[in-house]
Design a protein around this ligand. Structure first.
Ligand code: URP
Ligand code: ZN
Ligand code: ZN
Length: 473
């Protein structure tokens, strides 16, 4: 028996299935024993009375993703994974994005260079496929899937990324044949363009009109179409960042018809509304410009219901950080621009878990098991990282969070990202990680313990949520 390097004593261990009292013994970066009265470790923490959950798996975040100058993401792998660790997230899956005309392999190589030696927590990559040429479809994508890049995102909006329906069918066929998880950003690009032009012509250019240009209808239509395309190919899909009722109804319809449609939602659809984009023409609303936009209070309730009844598989941050008061951020080139030119996305990698733990678990809206399932176990299963990640079990990585219940009002000064704001400022929180362990190392205990390069790249297996039949034909 290996000597225990670290023991968490008297933990209230929470997994997606159980909550029980136990000691957790750690050696070689892994959990090696779970039981009562474990032998002494070289180092010990008595966490009596504290809940211990698996480290969070943030399966949708954008770090140092190449942008068109002067716009630049606020967080790279250093600051982004620092913030993740301080908020209890120990695995991140950002996106290696293919530019049109670029080889997918080159995009992956470039992204490895951006991550190399910088990450404080473990990381895998999703791919973004924006140019599905025959070479990408027949050679690059199948090879990359075999090498551990087993998920990719495709877009139905954004001029530089969007695919047409025929291209989507082609890419979904590759997912089916080679066993990959296809993530879909579902918003109808032509409707958005048409609405945006009309708003602009009417002088309605303030940030709040971003929400007017992307009503739920455009998300509903694209979600419906994505489901139909996946049905045609007979492949599971995962609809990302679902914002409200109309997309939820489409996904429920698909499930009722026996289709394998997974869904993701994010904090902005629980804690923000369209009013956060502004009730007047003030530019401050730019801080909350993201797509799809936040909806209203009644839609927040639809999202809470979907989190609890199994409609949603994963809860991710969609951290896409841009500084507010900066020429490389929400004011491109130093200007207050029309809504359609405001970089899309908001920061949230550090606040994802504390927000859901505070309002969901401690607010009585969600069980602790559900919290673990949505924030760690299911993301690990959806993207081929389970059981190494996403659970507390013998043999799993010792990625753990010890929770402390304390009330405070959130402000950006609490956070460790490189951004100059949080859209959740003013939110009353009831809990924050007291301790985050990554591979058995303390990365956060009220202070951040930096070791850039500690985080390792993870090659992903075939997602266990995908049916095995997919692999045989
Ligand atoms: O507005 C958002 N969500 N920005 C990030 C990119 C994306 O589509 O997820
Ligand atoms: Zn998206
Ligand atoms: Zn995103």
């Amino acid at each position: 028996m290996k000597a225990l390097e670290l023991v968490l004593r008297n933990a209230r261990v929470a997994t997606a299935a159980d909550v029980f009292e136990a000691d957790i013994g750690i050696a070689g970066g892994r959990i090696v024993q779970i039981g009562q009265q474990l032998p002494a470790g070289v180092r010990e923490f008595d966490v009596a009375g504290r809940v211990v959950t698996p480290g969070g798996v943030d399966a949708h975040c954008h770090l140092d993703q190449p942008m068109t100058p002067p716009v630049r993401m606020a967080d790279d792998f250093d600051t982004g994974t620092r913030a993740a660790a301080c908020g209890g997230t120990t695995t991140v899956i950002p996106f290696a994005a293919q530019e049109k005309g670029q080889s997918l392999r080159a995009a992956v190589q470039d992204y490895h260079q951006r991550a190399e030696g910088k990450a404080h927590v473990d990381y895998a990559f999703h791919l973004i496929v924006s140019d599905p040429t025959p070479k990408v479809l027949n050679e690059e994508l199948p090879a990359l899937i075999r090498e551990g890049y087993t998920s990719f995102k495709i877009y139905m909006t954004y001029d530089d990324l969007k695919l047409g329906d025929g291209q989507i069918l082609d890419v979904l066929a590759v997912a089916r044949r080679h066993g990959a998880m296809a993530m879909i950003h579902a918003e109808n690009a032509d409707c958005i363009e048409w609405l945006s032009k009309r708003l602009e012509a009417a002088g309605r250019t303030a940030p709040r009109f971003h929400a007017h240009s992307r009503p739920m209808l455009v998300e509903r239509e694209a979600t419906h179409r994505a489901i139909a395309l996946a049905e045609l190919v007979d492949v599971p899909i995962l609809i990302v960042h679902v914002s409200g009722r109309e997309a939820v109804e489409q996904i429920r319809w698909a499930r009722a018809h026996g289709l394998s449609v997974f869904a993701e939602t994010c904090p902005q659809y629980l804690f923000l509304t369209a009013e956060d984009l502004g009730i007047d023409d003030s530019y401050h609303g730019a801080k909350c410009v993201c797509s799809p936009p936040p909806r209203d209070k009644s839609n927040q309730e639809v999202i809470w219901a979907g989190l609890n009844d199994g409609l949603f598989t994963v809860f991710s941050s969609d951290h896409a950080p841009f500084k507010y008061d900066a020429p490389e951020g929400k004011k491109p080139g130093g200007e207050e621009v029309a809504f359609r030119h405001i970089p899309n996305g908001i920061p949230g990698i550090e606040t994802r878990l504390p927000l859901l733990y505070s309002e969901g678990v401690l607010g009585g809206r969600m069980t602790l098991n559900k919290f673990v399932e949505l924030t760690a176990t299911n993301p690990a299963k959806a993207y081929g990282l389970h059981p190494r990640k996403g659970t507390i079990a013998v043999g799993s990585d010792a990625d753990l969070v010890v929770w402390e219940e304390r009330e405070f009002v959130l402000s950006n000064s609490h956070l460790h990202h490189a951004g100059d704001y949080t859209p959740y400022a003013g939110q009353r929180l009831r809990a924050w990680p007291a301790l985050t362990l990554c591979g058995g190392e303390v990365v956060w205990d009220g202070a951040f313990h930096a070791r850039a390069g500690r985080g390792r790249f993870l090659a992903c297996a075939t997602p266990s949520l995908l049916p095995q039949r997919q692999l045989s034909n």
